[in-house]
Ligand binder design. Structure first.
Ligand code: FAD
Length: 474
């Protein structure tokens, strides 16, 4: 598919869109308004302007838009908050950008069935805040939770800080109302924990990056909210020593912490200095941030003490415990600040999302440094050490040229992905493929496997209307 397979959005089509959504909710011809919708959080080179932006409010309106798009052969790209890191919400062939930002209602908190029903435009943190009043929580926790939407989390099957203990978003999605690519409205799953009635269409939709259907309602399984949390921040002289303690926490320590976040010395120091934190910066080669939670204060305290002991015996240079909400957030602020500090360092960067078997993390870390040296770039790494998901962030060095950086980037990424594949890993653990990683799929997937994906897409979206050009080429 290329843009030449699609028809342009004409004045008549804009008129029809206005009749469907209301004039105020269709943006066309205003570059400034459209620009915001031309990219997500991937660098500008992956961006593309939409021809028109629509802000529907109901599933019925979305159905009307998709039927029109099928009739006129115009691509439709769904967008939630636009915080994605793979270009998934970028309208690469122009056409209609469909934003769900007005569909932002928490429809129901059902504390009898431990389920929430929400629209896709609800900010993830807003749901979490509301659930506090009920003593419940949604275990999905991307680091972008203060601004990303639940719809985007489902479409990317977002992971994040709590995945070690609680798993990823998809494990909590019990039902979806979707508008199919051809414009039908259907209900999948529901408020039930068990369901083997036909193919598991809910989980096919989870992580489908807006290519198989548009979610208009999401049913989420909730958990009792842990009443106690503690965090432990541990500093190490080098990454190898830090990573070596991770499996010991689970085996010798006999626990699964909520979070085990890894930051190399470069990324940790960059963010911590920003907050004027007093750490022995000269000695830090790596840091681990642990969180433990539970219903019993004594158990949580014991787990935090065990982590400190294992880290101390494992060669840590310093550990700090946080037991109040304020102290815990102080540590998380450092971790969450890193992507923004890396952006301040240079906009010429590529946030990667590889995932390897946890025992391969040390080999992956040294492999990444070797690749960095080969191309003359820095490759700082942070990530979710408990699940092998590493955010390597190749960066242009200050004295390197932008031309050189842009020229080497495709080969550099290919080397990183090939190394990951050789280790039994894959190229995205939580950020998705979008169009940023689309051309590298064959490094981790056989042609037969990709062909199966194509057949599923073809069956649901015969005219390739919904988010074309994402995940794989057809
Ligand atoms: C600072 C920062 C930290 C981050 N930390 C994490 C993290 O810890 N874990 C993690 O997993 N990700 C993280 N991300 C990436 C990003 O926030 C997630 O991928 C998030 O789930 C995207 O949500 P969004 O609302 O921004 O979606 P968007 O970027 O708008 O869209 C993402 C995809 O969803 C599709 N889509 C949107 N709405 C719908 C819908 N209603 N129906 C069907 N498809 C739809 C789009 O077409 C697109 O393919 C981070 C990003 C930033 C900038």
């Amino acid at each position: 598919m290329t843009s030449s397979n699609y028809n342009p959005v004409t004045k008549e089509i804009i008129g029809e869109l206005q009749r469907i959504c209301g004039e105020a909710f269709v943006y066309a011809g205003d570059e400034k308004k459209l620009d915001k919708y031309s990219r997500d959080k991937v660098p500008e080179q992956y961006g593309h302007m939409p021809e028109v932006v629509v802000l529907p409010k109901t599933a019925g309106e979305i159905s009307g838009i998709l039927k029109l798009a099928n009739r006129e052969i115009i691509p439709v790209t769904p967008r939630a908050a636009g915080s994605g890191l793979s270009g998934g919400a970028v309208p690469i062939y122009g056409g209609i950008l469909l934003s769900v930002e007005r569909m932002d209602e928490i429809i129901e908190i059902d504390d009898q069935n431990l389920m929430a029903v929400v629209e896709p435009g609800v900010i993830t943190n807003k749901l979490d805040e509301k659930l506090r009043d009920y003593g419940l929580f949604f275990a999905g926790y991307p680091m972008s939770e203060e601004f990303c939407f639940i719809g985007g989390n489902v479409a990317e099957n977002a992971g994040g800080g709590r995945a070690v203990k609680y798993g990823v978003t998809g494990q909590y999605i019990q039902g979806l109302e979707i508008v199919t690519p051809t414009g039908d409205i259907i209900q999948l799953g529901g408020k039930r924990i068990k369901d083997v009635t036909g193919y598991n269409m809910v989980q096919l939709m989870v992580g489908s990056e807006g290519t198989l259907g548009i979610y208009t309602r999401i049913i989420i399984k909730l958990l009792p909210r842990p009443t106690h949390r503690q965090a432990v921040l541990v500093l190490f002289a080098d990454a190898e020593t830090a990573i070596a303690v991770v499996p010991k926490i689970m085996t010798a320590g006999g626990m699964v912490p909520t979070s085990i976040e890894f930051m190399d010395g470069f990324t940790f120091n960059l963010a911590a200095r920003r907050f004027d934190e007093d750490f022995p910066y000269d000695k830090i080669g790596a840091a681990l941030l642990f969180e433990v939670d539970g219903m019993q204060s004594s158990v949580v305290s014991q787990d935090a003490a065990t982590i400190r002991k294992i880290c101390r015996n494992g060669g840590a240079i310093a550990e700090y415990r946080a037991s109040t909400e304020e102290e815990i957030e102080r540590f998380w602020k450092i971790r969450k600040r890193i992507p923004w500090e890396l952006l301040r360092y240079t906009p010429h960067q590529s946030i990667e999302d590889i995932v390897v078997p946890i025992a391969s993390i040390p080999a992956a870390l040294s492999g990444l440094q070797k690749i960095g040296r080969k191309y003359g770039v820095a490759v700082p790494v942070l990530g979710h050490a408990g699940d092998g998901n590493l955010h390597a962030v190749p960066l242009k060095l200050p004295d390197d040229s932008v031309e050189h950086w842009e020229a080497i980037l495709p080969a550099l990424l290919k080397d990183i992905y090939a190394m990951t594949s050789e280790m039994g890993g894959t190229i995205s653990g939580e950020h998705g493929i979008g169009h940023k990683r689309r051309d590298y799929m064959s490094l981790v997937m056989s042609e037969t496997h990709i062909d199966l994906l194509r057949k599923i897409k073809q069956a649901l979206d015969p005219k390739h209307i919904l988010n074309p050009g994402k995940i794989f080429i057809y």
